[in-house]
Structures are given as structure tokens and as C-alpha cells.
Write a protein that binds this ligand. Structure first.
Ligand SMILES: [Zn+2]
Length: 601
């Protein structure tokens, strides 16, 4: 087959400059402004007008997703086009106005009694929106009085968001003097350190790490107060909002119960030697006693990887999907024939990959740059998985589709697992490609079960200490090293930790999101656990899996899992099964390495 690798966006609008597209935007802005004014004027809780407001919000959110998705596609494909980036700015402004309608809904829903609100949610026009509406009510009830929230929101621009911008300003200008092994040196922005720390030459990684940390240590006296003020603001607001615990707030945002996350981390602790063993194997393959922090991102030393063209990449994905999950293959075929995928490498493209879609047409688009590695083939399967999730949700109402970050990566990683399994069962796969795929699973195990939990435990310890007062830069570094040692154990060389990770990692300084990282461990293990169920139950599992995806925006994660899969994810057993799926790839990679068949460097 000859797959087309440029997308067709004409079903959104004939053209960016078309009158149709411009009128769509003008009408959307007009209607959104009117809806917001109506919302702000609403006072006492009365079912009729508040229901109309919910329906009005959903209608405009649909239209906004249509326009936003279209502009996002155009801007990603041509990063230098100024009209597209201006349009992106206008879309961001429309989004913030839609967000303000939600603020009004929270205010309105906080007022009625439980009984009155229950009756409201039972209205036929609001069928299946109950969970989303209940979340808004909970957020409304945990808010301060409207006037106080207004002042807090206004001041946040000079407070918590200001500290976030200060971080961006300091880190954006920070440079370090990179000393290459050949004696050459150059001054680089710290943003370039990350790719140097993934270099295959250990001396390059080490120099980038040490020189980079010298630069970071020169600004800790600015960054530590910024971090203290960000977390201090959160503590202050949580206390004012009825004494909310900082973890409960993060769990609510992620759509999970505390019990679920506790069960997950308990299973990770109980089975911590599984990912540690994977990391020790990586060290051995690299000829090291143990890993240093600057080795974590290094590639596995495996040579002779296959390159494939797009047609071959498509064929690999199709075959793997077709063998295990025919409906997924049909979906992929339909996307290809409708030209919903953009993969051609061009000079104007932005980096990265994503899946986007319109709630008006229920169409999706996948954006990526296909350059021929097996990693690119895997990215293709990943993004098509996202598109499949959207297809399963097609026709559902807007308030049913707002699944949390914890469940957002289920369908994508599941599709990747189908591909990887398909490739591994192909006897024509070369030894190095096989090792590469196994190495990917081992690396992911280390990233999601060692690195990400380290960040969680560090943040938790810091948040607790911050309740008692400001935490100094040296104490932050101590907490960081303690968390790294505890999680990595002997897989990480003593003294080779990264004490300044709290400063160099942007995630800790994001003003509008706390505990940014744990949903990644959750998503990784959830999809591995589900894939393990698929292997046990065979194709009978697939309708349950699709039911899971359909419910993903309709309840807390453990309720979704119970209703669709009959699995109790509030118990460590489910997570233990998911972690155990890493044993086989680690064993096989080790056997391949020990057999001497690997052409490693
Ligand atoms: Zn994704």
C-alpha cells in the first residue's frame, strides 16, 4: 500500500482565510461573551436557567474544540506563520472565557441542598453529566466566598503565577559552560542540558550534569524562595478553603481516590526490586557498577537498529493491531484513508506529537514527524490509540468526555503495547530490534517506578515541612537526595544523586498544578495491568476495555475500573500484577545480553 502522510484539514474549514472560518470565530466569540454575561447575572439557584447555562456551555465548548483543534493543527504544521500564532492567542482567550463560565457554575452549584442538587442532576437534559456537575459543586463548596476568590484570583497574577514566571525568567536566561571531552567548550542555555544528558558518550553526560549543576547552584537563593512561596500560597488557600489537605486537592484534580494512589505506591514499594533490577542490568550493559544520575536518560548500548519508511511503519502497526485487536486496525485504516494523519518531516513543523479532535464533527487528527526509527512507529501507534479513545467517546456529551490526566494515556499506551507485543511475536525481528523493544520496557519501568515516585515523595516531604515554615535551599537538596536514595536503592551509585533536581525540574514550579508527576506512574501501570488482563482473557476483554474508555470521564478511576472491568484498583493486588509484567522483558533482555548475541558497543 502507499500510505499518504500529509493530512487533510478541509473538513474543518475549506481554508484558514475563508469567510466561513472567520464567521465561525466571530459568532463563537459573540455567543461566549453573551453566555458569560448571562452566567454572571444569575443569582439564586433555580433549575431552569442553570440547566440552560450548562447546555449553553456544552454547545460552546464543542464549537471551541472545533476551532481550537483546527488552529492547533495549522500552527503545529507551520510554526513560523504569524497569523496562526495570533489565532492561537485568540483561542487561548476564548478558552479562558469558557473557564470563567465554569467558575460561575461552581458558584451556582454550591448553593442548593444535596436533595435539590440531586433532583437537578436527574433532569433528562442533564443525563450522564452528574459526575462532572458534582465535581463542579464540590469545587464550589470548597471555595471561599465569591469576593474572596475574586481577590485571590486577581492577586495570583502577582503572587503564585508571578513566582512561576520568575522561575521561567531565571531558568530561561541561565547558561552553563559545556566542556566537551575533546577540550572544546561553549556556553549553552540550560535548556540544552537535557539532550546532552541523553548522549551516548558518558563523558558528555557527566560534563553536562556537573557544569549544568554549577549554574543551577548559582540561583538556588532565588529559586528556593520562589518554590517556598508557590507551595506556601497553596497551603494558605487550602486552609482558607475549609482545611483541604494538599494531597486531597491533587487527587481530586487527577480524578482518583487517595486509597487508589496509596495502593499503587504500596505495590511499587513491595516490588521495588523489579525496576531496580532493570536499571542494574542497564548499568551492566553499559559496563558500569551502578548508574549515576546522569546515566538515567542514556540510550541502551544496542547497535544495528532497523530504519523503516512510513509505508513499512504503517504496515507494522496495521499487522500488530489486526492480529490482536481488529477494531483498532479498522479505525487506523479509516484514519489513513480519510487522511487524518500528518507525519511527513518538513522544516516548518513544530517538534512533538499529539492527537487532537473536534467535538462538532467527532473527527480526530494525529500530528507527528516520522523519521524512520522504531520509536517513531511506536509514537504512531500511541497517537492512533488516543484517536481510538475519541472514537469510543463519539456522540457522548461534552461533560462526559472530560477524562482526567490519570486516564488520558490509557488508550494510547494500550495501543503501543499491542504494537510492541505484535513486533516481539514476529520471528523476523532482528536481535537488536528485539533488544531495543525490551530495553524500552525496562527503561519505562525505571522512569515510572523509580524516577517519578521519587518526585512524589520529595514533594510530599517538602509540602509537610513547608507547613511548619520556609525550607532552605540546602534542606531542599537534602530532601531530594533522601528521596532518590530511598527509591533507587543500590541501583543508583551512592554520591551520584542529583541534589539540585528540585531546582532544575520545571514541574515543581508549575503554578496551576501541584503533584504534576504521579499520574504518569498511574497511567503507565494501569495500561500495563489492563494489557495483562487482555492477555489472560483474550478478545472477551475488549468490550470491557471499550466500556472503560467510554466511562473514563464519568466517574473516579476506581469506580470506572470496577464498573467496566470488575477490577479493584484500590487494592495493591491489581498494581502488583501490572508491575510483574516487567519481569519477563527484563529476564529476556538479560538472557540476550548474556548470550553475547547483542552487538553492543
Ligand atoms: Zn499521549
Amino acid at each position: 500500500m502507499n500510505a499518504n502522510w500529509t493530512w487533510d484539514l478541509s473538513s474543518y474549514f475549506t481554508d484558514f482565510a475563508s469567510a466561513e472560518r472567520q464567521e465561525f470565530e466571530v459568532a463563537l466569540e459573540r455567543d461566549l461573551t453573551a453566555l458569560l454575561a448571562r452566567a454572571e447575572a444569575l443569582r439564586a439557584f433555580d433549575a431552569e436557567p442553570w440547566e440552560a447555562l450548562v447546555l449553553g456551555y456544552e454547545e460552546l465548548a464543542k464549537r471551541l474544540s472545533h476551532l481550537g483543534s483546527y488552529i492547533g493543527c495549522l500552527a503545529a504544521a507551520d510554526g513560523s506563520n504569524e497569523s496562526y500564532s495570533l489565532a492561537e492567542g485568540r483561542v487561548a482567550d476564548l478558552r479562558s472565557r469558557a473557564e470563567r463560565v465554569l467558575v460561575e457554575l461552581r458558584r451556582g452549584f454550591a448553593a442548593p441542598s444535596d436533595e435539590e442538587f440531586g433532583q437537578f442532576c436527574a433532569r433528562p437534559a442533564l443525563a450522564k453529566a452528574g459526575y462532572a456537575l458534582g465535581r463542579l459543586r464540590k469545587e464550589g463548596r470548597e471555595s471561599m466566598a465569591a469576593g474572596e476568590e475574586g481577590v485571590a484570583a486577581e492577586l495570583s497574577n502577582f503572587g503564585i503565577f508571578g513566582w512561576g514566571r520568575l522561575y521561567d525568567a531565571v531558568s530561561g536566561r541561565l547558561t552553563f559552560e559545556m566542556q566537551y571531552p575533546d577540550g572544546r567548550s561553549e556556553v549553552l542555555p540550560v535548556a540544552q542540558r537535557r539532550s546532552l544528558m541523553a548522549d551516548s558518550d558518558r563523558k558528555v553526560r557527566e560534563a553536562a550534569f556537573r557544569r549544568g549543576n554549577e549554574a543551577w547552584s548559582s540561583v538556588t537563593h532565588i529559586l528556593a524562595p520562589a518554590l517556598n512561596h508557590i507551595v506556601g500560597t497553596r497551603h494558605c488557600l487550602n486552609q482558607r478553603r475549609g482545611g483541604l489537605h494538599f494531597l486531597d486537592q491533587a487527587m481530586h484534580g487527577a480524578g482518583v481516590s487517595r486509597k487508589t494512589i496509596d495502593a499503587m505506591f504500596e505495590a511499587v514499594s513491595d516490588r521495588i526490586e523489579i525496576p531496580r533490577r532493570g536499571l542494574r542490568l542497564k548499568a551492566r550493559m553499559m559496563g558500569l557498577e551502578a548508574i549515576s544520575w546522569f546515566d538515567l536518560e542514556a540510550p541502551f548500548p544496542i547497535k544495528g537498529q532497523t530504519r523503516v519508511d512510513f509505508d513499512r511503519g504503517v504496515e507494522l502497526v496495521r499487522t500488530a493491531f489486526g492480529r490482536a485487536y481488529p477494531r483498532l486496525q479498522q479505525h487506523f485504516d479509516a484514519m489513513l484513508s480519510k487522511r487524518w494523519i500528518e507525519a511527513e518531516p518538513t522544516k516548518t513543523k513544530r517538534p512533538g506529537a499529539f492527537c487532537t479532535g473536534s467535538d462538532v464533527t467527532d473527527e480526530t487528527r494525529v500530528f507527528m514527524t516520522f523519521q524512520g526509527s522504531l520509536g517513531d512507529v511506536s509514537t504512531l501507534a500511541h497517537e492512533v490509540g488516543h484517536a481510538f479513545h475519541a472514537e469510543v467517546l463519539a456522540g457522548s456529551r461534552v461533560l462526559e468526555r472530560q477524562y482526567p490526566m490519570t486516564l488520558a494515556e490509557t488508550a494510547s499506551t494500550f495501543a503501543q503495547a499491542v504494537l510492541s507485543e505484535g513486533l516481539l511475536s514476529d520471528s523476523s525481528l532482528s536481535v537488536s530490534d528485539r533488544a531495543l523493544l525490551l530495553g524500552e520496557a525496562v527503561s519505562e519501568g525505571a522512569a515510572f517506578l523509580l524516577d517519578v515516585p521519587t518526585r512524589f515523595y520529595f514533594e510530599k516531604a517538602f509540602y509537610e515541612e513547608r507547613l511548619r515554615g520556609e525550607v532552605t535551599p540546602s534542606r531542599l537538596s537534602e530532601l531530594m537526595v533522601e528521596a532518590q536514595q530511598k527509591q533507587f536503592g543500590s541501583a543508583l551509585s551512592r554520591g551520584a544523586e542529583d541534589p539540585l533536581f528540585w531546582a532544575s525540574k520545571l514541574h515543581f514550579f508549575i503554578p496551576d498544578l501541584s503533584f504534576y508527576n504521579f499520574p504518569y506512574t498511574f497511567g503507565f501501570l494501569l495500561s500495563r495491568g489492563m494489557y495483562a488482563l487482555f492477555k489472560q482473557q483474550g478478545s472477551e476483554f475488549l468490550p470491557r476495555y471499550e466500556h472503560f474508555l467510554r466511562l473514563s470521564g464519568s466517574a473516579l478511576a476506581h469506580e470506572v475500573a470496577m464498573q467496566s472491568l470488575g477490577e479493584d484498583i484500590e487494592s495493591p493486588a491489581f498494581w502488583a500484577g501490572a508491575i510483574d509484567t516487567l519481569i519477563a522483558p527484563t529476564n529476556e533482555l538479560e538472557a540476550l545480553f548474556d548470550s553475547g548475541k547483542l552487538n553492543s558497543r
